[in-house]
Design a binder for this molecule. Structure first.
Ligand code: NAD
Length: 326
């Protein structure tokens, strides 16, 4: 059985669904601070990683073979305003999970890290060996957990896979689950909501970057492909693979204007948008090299083109304009 922390959240819930489709049994552990009970398939335990007893109880009750750790706070801006919240949940509470994992003798662990651990890139595409110099407490908290995993591997023999996601996007191709964050900070759901007149016009932060059209370029990776990578990561560890770190991106950058143009075609309507000044700390271009995941895990994105990402996201929001509340 696979323990999925944060499995009621956006990426975790897609991963739980894919795991079950692939024949794994799962137990999802989530405090529902951000996630949605309706997003979870299979066994669900409501609990908080802040409580060592809560998470120990899951290991005591279920025959856990591996852990997928998605649970975290994920808002960069909030992490600057309130770093304590981020170090407490993303680092200290992860230590509770690691302790319970070690006590239970479970040796396989997959961690959701982020491109934010690289900070402002010195070069693109970004490989796993690029220096990690996060510029906000969110990225710092994720890097600290990466370092904790290294120490656990050294001292206790834990084997881990660290996935550094670039911009997760899209929704379940079956339309059952999708993205529902409150507040929403991600470009594609915000743009869709603006196109549906459910939000004010989208703010395009920065139009003078050194990019083809002056707007920020990002690497959007479909949530289904992220889930697929996690299954491959589990198989890799089950076969005895050494601890490893992988970037997960499509290796293609799209500017904000390109995203809005393609979305307008898919939606059949304009996406209202206003230019705004740059936000501090936003690099112009973030694009992954995912060669290592391709070579070691045999991972190949299936929804690699922007249109597939936008189409699945649009379909989800069209069917569920209120998210899970609808
Ligand atoms: N969304 C992205 O583009 C992106 C990019 C890079 C990395 N990540 C990482 O991927 C993971 C998942 O991201 P997401 O977008 O699905 O976020 P999300 O907020 O949708 O999901 C996180 C889940 O963790 C749960 N949670 C938080 N703290 C908890 C605690 N103490 N105990 C139990 N449950 C707790 C929340 O209720 C939520 O369901 C996060 O670790 C995030 O940092 C996301």
């Amino acid at each position: 059985m696979i323990l999925v922390t944060g499995g009621a959240g956006y990426i975790g819930s897609h991963c739980v669904k894919r795991l079950q489709d692939a024949g794994y049994e799962t137990v999802t552990f989530d405090n529902l601070s951000e996630g949605h009970r309706a997003a979870v398939r299979g066994t669900f335990v409501e609990g908080d990683l802040a409580s060592l007893d809560d998470i120990r109880g899951v290991f005591a009750k279920h025959p856990i073979e591996g852990v997928l750790h998605f649970a975290a706070h994920c808002y960069v801006g909030e992490s600057v305003e309130n770093p304590e919240k981020y170090f407490r949940n993303n680092v200290a509470n992860t230590l509770n999970l690691l302790q319970a994992t070690r006590e239970a003798g479970v040796g396989k662990f997959i961690f959701s890290s982020t491109a934010a651990t690289y900070g402002v890139p010195e070069s693109v595409p970004i490989t796993e060996t690029h220096p990690q110099a996060p510029i906000n407490p969110y990225g710092q908290s994720k890097l600290m957990v990466e370092q904790m995993l290294g120490a656990y591997a050294h001292a206790y023999g834990l084997r881990y896979v660290i996935f550094r996601y670039f911009n997760a996007a899209g929704a379940d191709p079956d339309g059952e689950i999708g993205e529902d964050h409150d507040p929403e900070t991600h470009l594609i759901p915000l743009a869709i909501a603006a196109a549906m007149d459910r939000r004010p016009p989208l703010k395009v932060f920065g139009t003078d970057y050194d990019t083809p059209d002056g707007t920020c370029v990002r690497d959007y990776i479909h949530v289904f492909d992220l889930a697929d990578a996690h299954i491959r990561g589990l198989e890799y560890l089950a076969k005895g693979g050494e601890s490893a770190r992988f970037n997960l991106g499509n290796e293609t950058g799209h500017s904000i204007r390109q995203v809005l143009e393609r979305l307008a075609v898919i939606a059949g309507r304009e996406v209202p948008a206003d230019d705004a000044p740059r936000r501090p700390g936003d690099p112009g271009t973030l694009v992954a090299s995912s060669q290592r995941a391709r070579e070691v895990l045999g991972w190949e994105p299936r929804f690699g083109d922007l249109d597939s990402i936008l189409r699945t996201a649009w379909d989800w929001f069209e069917a569920h304009p209120e998210g899970y509340a609808g």
